[in-house]
Design a protein around this ligand. Structure first.
Ligand code: HEM
Length: 368
């Protein structure tokens, strides 16, 4: 993950770790925690919440001693940085939960770096996630056991669906709170949607309508910045000993956790980071495709999420049709939206979103 160039992962003035109950941060060791998550389990490594990440950010900085730290068995990265992607291209081998649930890590997400992972990922990207109708990977000579297939399907259904739904739900929640953003998005969608010129009942947003919708993409980026679906991404492991930023030694086998939640709210990278401001992405080149390390909800580098295009097509299409075809309001009984995130590996809403939809009035919208 995290290729080269300007590399400042653990600046002197900021906490460098989210609150993970079993990770103890050595105050004088900016990138180091002294022991692995208890039992080496996935849930203990990644179970956190936005409240936990926030608490850590407000805590006295464990990074304040600067670059004097030495080695680590687990490293938490909390600000945008670049590192040698090839060194961190594997997943921790010590996690018992994925090993048990994913048939010995024969899925893609937790497979160790190597031929099996490469083949499985290639197959998924070309055959399943390329959004092409024809198989483009060519005939495969792979022999997969029944368990291998089950592990792969768990990734593709499990990993994909929850994160995609999380983004859609948070986007609607933010838009329900921000009438200006909702109106601007509805205006864009209704102008571009097929049938918009006729009447609302024929409004249908298709994939062909999406490319011109810059504000729609800005809303989705801003939603993923504020509500990163996997706040700690997926853990990596150092395949060999390395040194990062010239002074942080990372031993072979150290677990690397990226606190994407904290990075996306870093006041040094973002103006008013706690506010929902989709406009910040209008006319901006900043994207989440792994080149801008301040926004990495899909990760970056070799292990970056291969489902990015698929999930973004789904979210764009669903959100455009939801806001284009309906007017939205909060239920009278619940005028205030609860914006808490539930604890866990993902940033699900703690309370389900409840909203009232009525048919849209396009004539009005088009005269704006
Ligand atoms: C909003 C939607 C999604 C988000 C935010 C998301 C996020 C992520 C993240 C953070 C990673 C780890 C990246 C890293 O280590 O650098 C990942 C990996 C992965 N994702 Fe997604 N994902 C999403 C949708 C999907 C979908 C739709 C699929 C497939 C149907 C999918 C399949 C995978 C797989 C197979 C991996 C493992 C890649 C590897 O280890 O080589 N994801 N995703």
């Amino acid at each position: 993950m995290l290729p080269t160039s300007s590399f400042s992962p653990w600046p002197s003035s900021r906490p460098c770790c989210c609150r993970c109950s079993t990770l103890s941060v050595a105050r004088k060791k900016p990138v180091a925690v002294s022991r692995r998550p208890r039992g080496g389990s996935l849930s203990s490594a990644t179970s956190t919440s936005s409240a936990g990440c926030r608490t850590a950010r407000c805590a006295p900085s464990p990074c304040s001693t600067g670059p004097s730290c030495s080695s680590a068995s687990a490293v938490v990265v909390s600000s945008a940085c670049a590192a040698q992607d090839h060194v961190f291209a594997t997943r921790p081998s010590s996690l018992t939960i994925p090993r048990t649930l994913l048939y010995g890590c024969t899925d893609i997400a937790f497979a160790p770096h190597g031929a099996y992972w490469r083949g499985a990922r290639k197959m998924a990207v070309h055959v399943l996630l390329s959004l092409q109708k024809e198989e483009s990977a060519g005939p495969t000579e792979w022999r997969l056991s029944r368990d291998n297939v089950k592990a792969l399907l768990e990734d593709l259904f499990g990993a994909g669906t929850e994160a995609t739904i999380i983004v859609l739900e948070w986007a609607m929640a933010e838009l329900l709170r921000d009438k200006g953003a909702m109106q601007r998005l509805q205006h864009e969608v209704r102008r571009a949607g097929t049938g918009a010129a006729d009447n609302e009942s024929s409004l249908q947003i298709t994939e062909q309508d999406l490319p011109g919708m810059e504000y729609l993409r800005a809303v989705i980026k801003e939603t993923m910045r504020l509500h990163t679906p996997g706040p700690l991404l997926l853990p990596r492991e150092a395949m060999r000993a390395t040194r990062i930023q010239g002074h942080h030694d990372v031993p072979a086998g150290a677990m690397v956790i990226v606190n994407a939640w904290a990075i996306a709210r870093d006041p040094e990278a973002w103006e008013a980071p706690e506010e929902f401001r989709p406009e910040r992405f209008v006319g901006s080149a900043v994207d989440f495709r792994g080149h801008h390390f301040q926004l990495i909800p899909f990760g970056a580098g070799r292990r970056m999420c291969p489902g990015l295009n698929l999930s973004m097509s789904v979210v764009e299409l669903a959100l455009a049709n939801l806001v284009g075809r309906f007017e939205w309001a909060l239920p009278e009984a619940e005028p205030e939206l609860d914006m808490e995130e539930a604890p866990g590996c993902t940033s699900r809403r703690s309370a389900p979103l409840r909203a009232i939809a009525t048919r849209s009035c396009l004539a009005e919208a088009n005269s704006m």
